[in-house]
Design a binder for this molecule. Structure first.
Ligand code: NDP
Ligand code: 2IT
Length: 448
């Protein structure tokens, strides 16, 4: 029998050869496969039934044309994607990203991560991801509506509450989910609430879903600190991004006694030593859809750095919540030198592999995205539950459920890491715990 290490290297090479040029996807696969050696040694049946090879290949990938007309009457063409990655544990579940950088490799990396993240929540959801290379920045509401309608006109035939349930991600928030749901309802001729999550609570959405990824990330970081007899109280924190995840990460950090002194967008970094004024960020970003540099027009204590690197700012807790590969080894070394104790990935794969190694070697508590940001999709699953029984829960009840789920995710990572000989290593714990749950279901289903 080929040894386990060789087998994993062979699968990784196959993934690279079969998916040329998709570097983010290769990176995500390498991170997971890098943790699976001890699992294959313990469970030879996973090799016999080629579970890893099967898990790396998406069940279905859809790529489609999205034509639409802009406000000047000019025709625009974008490319839409949906990768239905794995349905062993439930309907495909995962967000849609609208950003000019979107291509198949990004959607596949996100879909792959989503499979294990969703498994780790313990909830009945498979993994998928989608999106388009559409740039919502600077577009009017009418343009965004026409784009969403055209996107859904192609995608709707692949969706359903028992089939595939998208939600938001970068560039897709409440406004876009509204337009997408409206078009799905029109095309399908039915009010199928459970086909999308992240809906407005006024028409079928769940309270706390908007806040859930950020809140969940802070709950996870809080658990990591508690495991070291620490807490967020009085800690200086830095949160990158200024979107959905960043905003509610800042909100919960402040509620738990931490002080966030910096956030950012793709235009630069705001540093406010007095603590970020979150109501101002919400107004600028959620209501007026402006740039973060405008923050300093309203706060004398703050400075804006256009070319700034947010990881230069000293902090004890860092939560990257913008995008993939935004924190590299040099950034990690600076954070460590400044005394950073804990890093929780609010975004998906924001830390490079070399950055993760720096944190591991320095003994920094490091929560990978598939654990730390799992509160978003978990609350989406709670939204699906409410839709299925035509119910709606209170904010307080739902937030309590979210907290319990995040405590459970932390515990699963902690126990699994210890069981497989890497105590305190959340990357190992998350990858193995997520993988085993999917693998067991796949084994039970036979060769499908
Ligand atoms: P938003 O679109 O609401 O916000 C994204 C933020 O990140 C913006 O401030 C944006 O700045 C910045 N950003 C995005 N791309 C880049 C880039 N290439 N370079 C620099 N800055 C960038 O998205 P979300 O907050 O929803 O998502 C943030 C991250 O969290 C993503 O990695 C996403 O996959 C992940 N995530 C989201 C979940 C959710 O429920 N929404 C759940 C779990 C994970 P600008 O506006 O200037 O582009
Ligand atoms: O990356 C993610 O987990 C999300 N964008 C949320 C997915 C969801 O279905 O709520």
């Amino acid at each position: 029998m080929v040894n386990v290490r060789e087998r994993l290297a062979h699968v990784q090479q196959q993934v690279i050869d079969r998916n040329p040029g998709e570097s983010e996807f290769h990176q995500a696969v390498a991170e997971v496969l890098g943790c699976l050696g001890p699992v294959l040694e313990r469970y030879p049946q996973y090799s016999e039934y080629k579970i890893i090879e099967r898990i790396c290949e998406p069940e279905r990938q859809v790529i489609f044309r999205v034509p639409w007309e802009d406000d000047r009457g000019e025709i625009q063409i974008n490319r839409g994607f949906r990768v239905q990655y794995n349905s062993a544990l439930g309907p495909y579940k995962g967000g849609l990203r609208f950003h000019p950088s979107v291509y198949l490799g990004i959607v596949k990396f996100l879909g792959f991560e989503q499979v294990f993240k969703n498994a780790l929540t313990g909830m009945p959801i498979g993994g998928g991801k989608g999106g388009a290379d559409f740039d919502p920045k600077g577009k009017s509401d009418a343009e965004v509506m026409r784009f969403c309608q055209s996107f859904m006109t192609e995608l709707y035939r692949y969706l359903g509450e028992y089939i595939d349930v998208p939600a938001g991600d970068i560039g897709v928030g409440g406004r876009e989910i509204g337009f997408l749901f409206g078009q799905y309802k029109r095309l399908s001729g039915k009010y199928e609430s459970g086909v999308l999550t992240g809906k407005n609570p006024a028409w079928g959405g769940a309270l706390v879903r908007r806040e859930s990824t950020g809140y969940g990330a802070v709950f996870f970081v809080d658990e990591m600190l508690r495991a070291r007899d620490q807490s967020l109280e009085g800690k200086t924190c830095v949160v990158s991004g200024a979107g959905n995840v960043a905003i509610y990460t800042i909100e919960k950090t402040h509620q738990l006694g931490g002080k966030v002194v910096a956030c950012s967008d793709s235009g630069g970094v705001v540093y406010d030593p007095e603590g970020i004024d979150l109501e101002l960020v919400k107004r600028l970003k959620e209501v007026e859809r402006r740039r973060i540099k405008d923050y300093v027009d309203y706060r004398r204590t703050a400075v804006f750095r256009e070319e700034g690197n947010i990881w230069d700012i000293p902090c004890q807790v860092a939560i990257p919540a913008a995008t993939q590969n935004e924190l590299d080894a040099a950034d990690a070394r600076r954070l460590v030198a400044h005394g950073c104790l804990a890093v929780g990935e609010g975004a998906n794969m924001p830390t490079t592999p070399a950055g993760i190694r720096v944190f591991e070697e320095a003994g920094v508590a490091f929560g990978p995205g598939k654990a730390t940001n799992a509160g978003g999709v978990a609350t989406s699953a709670l939204e699906m539950q409410q839709n299925a029984c035509r119910d709606s829960w209170t904010f307080q009840y739902t937030e309590t459920r979210l907290r319990e789920i995040m405590t459970g995710v932390h515990q699963r990572c902690w126990d699994t890491a210890a069981e497989f000989g890497h105590p305190g290593n959340y990357v190992v714990g998350a990858n193995i715990a997520g993988f085993v749950r999917v693998a067991e279901a796949m084994l039970a289903f036979g060769l499908v």
